[in-house]
Ligand binder design. Structure first.
Ligand code: HEC
Ligand code: HEC
Ligand code: HEC
Ligand code: HEC
Length: 251
């Protein structure tokens, strides 16, 4: 691949999503209504938030893609529990919070669907389960109902996922609802790096190496780390092309 075509691929991957005008619920209480985009809290087309335990029925174990089991091993599943740690108390103290597990100032990012009206959250959602599937995938009740109905028909194949059911975008919009500078322990966020720890692709979906590479290089336009990595990849590509022109491999 010549350096220009590599650059083109990178440019497309980075412009595949655009920054929203305002960061979704950057620090504020999620707005309860009027949210038009599935990436905004308060989006109710998918029904209510039902909690990770409800997703487990169909998305646990290797035969069903292992997403649930994978999630339990990520820090997201511990995000509520960790608010009881000594470190959390220390952080809380600096922000005038005595009990982080009881404060809106912390819970709004450390649990799913915090602060939404009861009508939008089913009581199967457990705060103690921390940052759950629906923080990234949107409320799942409609999806759950549709898929249970489908599964009850013998021999039926799953129909294609629709946008009002659930969404799964690997994009900064999905993460910076919480990974933003309102977090007292904010770390600069590189989507490429951070996705490595939370990725739970379905092994049953046979993706080609190119499809995987394209998915995994999705990054944020202002991520310095991604820019460096890409510049390096482009330079390495350059070198390889050069070697080929020289006859490649020969001493
Ligand atoms: C009754 C079974 C069932 C339940 C419960 C269920 N799902 Fe699914 N889900 C499916 C099926 C079937 C598919 C489509 C086939 C597949 O990808 O496995 C699917 C696909 C998905 C996808 C892939 C979407 C895409 O674009 O390909 C996501 C994301 C998802 N589910 C999230 C969730 C979340 C989050 C929950 C809990 C809130 C949940 N599911 C609960 C059955 C279920
Ligand atoms: C704007 C969202 C947001 C808010 C508000 C927030 N957090 Fe967090 N918190 C995060 C994210 C995201 C992380 C993961 C670290 C990172 O990448 O920034 C995190 C990580 C942490 C950690 C682990 C840090 C480590 O280095 O191990 C602690 C402890 C913590 N938060 C405590 C709190 C406390 C206490 C409050 C309330 C005073 C709070 N957080 C409010 C988003 C938030
Ligand atoms: C931190 C955000 C986040 C959390 C939490 C999360 N997911 Fe995902 N999930 C994603 C993203 C992003 C994708 C899109 C695929 C990718 O980019 O790796 C995805 C993809 C999926 C898919 C489709 C897999 C494929 O190969 O296409 C399913 C099914 C799924 N998630 C289910 C779940 C379930 C069930 C949970 C909770 C147990 C969960 N997810 C928790 C972000 C998340
Ligand atoms: C609802 C808020 C929320 C959303 C949305 C969210 N996260 Fe997180 N994330 C957190 C919190 C809170 C922590 C810290 C958990 C802890 O240690 O208490 C965290 C921790 C992490 C960690 C482990 C700690 C670290 O600093 O590396 C990774 C990796 C991560 N998130 C990646 C992602 C990615 C990628 C997305 C988007 C696809 C995402 N998160 C979306 C709240 C969120």
């Amino acid at each position: 691949m010549n350096p220009f075509s590599l650059f083109a691929v990178v440019a497309v991957a980075c412009s595949a999503f655009l920054w929203p005008a305002g960061t979704p619920f950057a620090g504020g209480t999620p707005s309860a209504s009027g949210a038009a985009s599935p990436l905004e809290p308060g989006y109710v087309a998918g029904g209510r938030y039902i909690g990770a335990g409800a997703c487990k029925n169909c998305h646990n174990g290797p035969a069903k893609g292992d997403m649930y089991d994978h999630w339990t091993k990520t820090k997201h599943a511990q995000a509520f529990a960790s608010l009881a740690s000594d470190k959390a108390k220390e952080v809380g103290k600096k922000h005038g919070v005595d009990e982080p597990q009881k404060s809106e100032k912390c819970l709004k990012c450390h649990v799913t669907a915090y602060g939404l009206p009861p009508a939008e959250v089913k009581n199967t959602l457990k705060q103690a389960d921390g940052v759950q599937c629906e923080s990234c995938h949107g409320p799942g009740e409609a999806h759950q109902k549709k898929r249970f109905a489908e599964a009850s028909k013998p021999g039926a194949q799953p129909s294609p996922i629709t946008a009002d059911e659930t969404h799964s975008a690997r994009s900064m919009d999905n993460c910076n609802k919480c990974h933003n500078q309102d977090s007292p322990t904010f770390q600069p966020f590189c989507l490429v790096e951070r996705m490595k720890d939370v990725e739970h692709l379905d092994p049953r979906k046979k993706r080609t190496a190119e499809e995987l590479a394209k998915l995994r290089e999705t990054c944020a336009p202002d991520c310095a780390h991604c820019k460096e990595t890409k510049a390096k990849a482009a330079a390495d590509g350059d070198k390889k092309d050069g070697e080929k022109k020289d006859g490649g491999g020969g001493k």
